[in-house]
Design a protein around this ligand. Structure first.
Ligand code: UDP
Length: 414
């Protein structure tokens, strides 16, 4: 059987401290209508990356509404995950190697077939995340559940061959979910296509309140000089996150702010075999400059430390060139830390109005905004406050759970 992640039951009422009362009441009543419904999320990794990050908190909260929510993880070897990372990149517009080459199609299909035979099928609704397990529905065509495909990447301009390969699998679903309307591929034909943005958990160890002096002590223990400015990028070791662009922007900014320090906090994920090579290449750069540091989940920098970095840094950078959503942006804004981020994919959704002045299209622009914010702390503080309110109103879990339960309700006919 596929691995089911062990999680308990949360408490949605905690959110009454930060959310409008109406949203929580609406959730409780949706929960009553759907009580006992068996819902299962499926993805390809229990840690590393935004989907896993969300499900860890999402499942306990949905359970607290009376729904029987679970999370199963598909299995695969390095070859399978190398192919699926290629599919992920291709959905975001990167050219894909010839799909007919070296059994790519059969490796993808055989792995999905094997996973389908090991899936616990006893659910009313399956939510399948991203391209890795997308063909499961095809191999379980007799299964009576409702099937939702949830796309977390920027699929607005997918590589044609890859999209033509994946599209028939996706069109077998009952519904598909995208983060924003512009990500919906034009030729996708499905009775129900909806959009909903991801969200963060206000109370997880990643986002819970930690006093600033503790955060500063934590980063100090990792070697930072807290009397000098610190900028941080938190992301998987992935080329779309543009870590070299971030380093280049830091170097430009350092010409104006000589004491500047840069932390690159990254994570490896078992379904992302490209991470190792990128980590090695970034480390080569880091070794040339005593004020750049690289950390990862393999050296003990976990959620609590990321939380501390996001609070102790003067500016958070997310210089992505493609980005499905970028939970890290919402995480930093929730902590009232200003963000300079790539004008890409789902990031602008999180940085409307005045925050939009800090969306950048080049290394030079990124450096310029970093310097401006470091030299104008009152502007930083103001942006931080605006950012927190945007997250509170739009990007916390109750809103996402409500959107998802409404979709589920429409599919199961309650
Ligand atoms: N993350 C982490 N440690 C790291 C790097 C990333 O915990 O060293 C988390 C980060 O805080 C965020 C998630 O991984 O919650 C990344 O999600 P995002 O949507 O930003 O990007 P994705 O990896 O899904 O492309």
């Amino acid at each position: 059987m596929l691995h089911k992640i062990s999680l308990g039951t949360g408490d949605i009422n905690k959110y009454r401290m930060v959310e409008a009362r109406g949203t929580i009441d609406e959730l409780v009543s949706l929960g009553e209508e759907l009580k006992g419904l068996r819902v299962c999320h499926i993805n390809s990794t229990p840690f590393g990356g935004g989907v896993a990050e969300m499900l860890v908190c999402y499942i306990p909260l949905v359970r607290s509404l009376g729904i029987k929510a679970d999370w199963q993880i598909i299995r695969g070897d390095r070859r399978f995950f190398t192919i699926t990372k290629g599919l992920h990149n291709a959905l975001q517009g990167a050219p894909f190697e010839d799909i007919k080459k070296e059994n790519i199609v059969s490796v993808y299909q055989n792995n999905n077939l094997a996973n389908a035979s090991e899936l616990d099928p006893n659910y009313d609704v399956f939510i399948v995340n991203d391209p890795q397990p997308a063909a499961l529905r095809h191999y379980l065509s007799q299964n009576k559940a409702k099937w939702i495909w949830r796309c977390h990447v920027d699929s607005s301009q997918p590589d044609k061959t890859v999209w033509n390969f994946l599209r028939p699998y996706i069109e077998e679903y009952d519904a598909a979910v995208f983060t924003t309307p512009k990500f919906i591929p034009k030729d996708l034909e499905l009775a129900k296509i909806v959009t909903m943005a991801p969200a963060i958990c206000a109370f997880s160890s990643k986002n819970m309140f930690i006093k600033r002096y503790v955060c500063r002590e934590l980063v100090e223990n990792l070697g930072f000089d807290t009397n000098r400015p610190l900028i941080t990028q938190v992301s998987r070791f992935d080329r779309w996150k543009d870590p070299f662009g971030t380093i280049a922007a830091y170097k430009l900014a350092k010409m104006k702010i000589p004491g500047l320090q840069l932390a690159l906090v990254g994570s490896f994920a078992p379904d992302d075999p490209e991470g190792w090579d990128l980590h090695a290449a970034i480390s080569d750069e880091v070794n040339k400059d005593d004020d750049i540091f690289i950390f990862s989940n393999l050296t003990g920098v976990g959620s609590m430390e990321v939380n501390a970095f996001q609070r102790a840094s003067d500016v958070i950078i997310q210089k992505s060139i493609r980005e499905g959503f970028g939970l890290v942006v919402a995480e930093a804004l929730w902590k009232e830390t200003p963000v300079v981020a790539g004008n890409a994919g789902g990031i602008p959704l999180q940085m409307p109005g005045e925050l939009g002045n800090y969306l950048v299209n080049s290394v030079e622009e990124c450096a310029e905004k970093i310097v401006y914010l470091l030299e104008h702390p009152t502007v930083s503080q103001k942006l931080g406050k605006i950012g927190k309110e945007i997250v509170r109103q739009n990007f916390l879990f109750p809103r996402l759970i409500r959107d998802e339960l409404k979709l589920i309700k429409s599919l199961v006919g309650k």
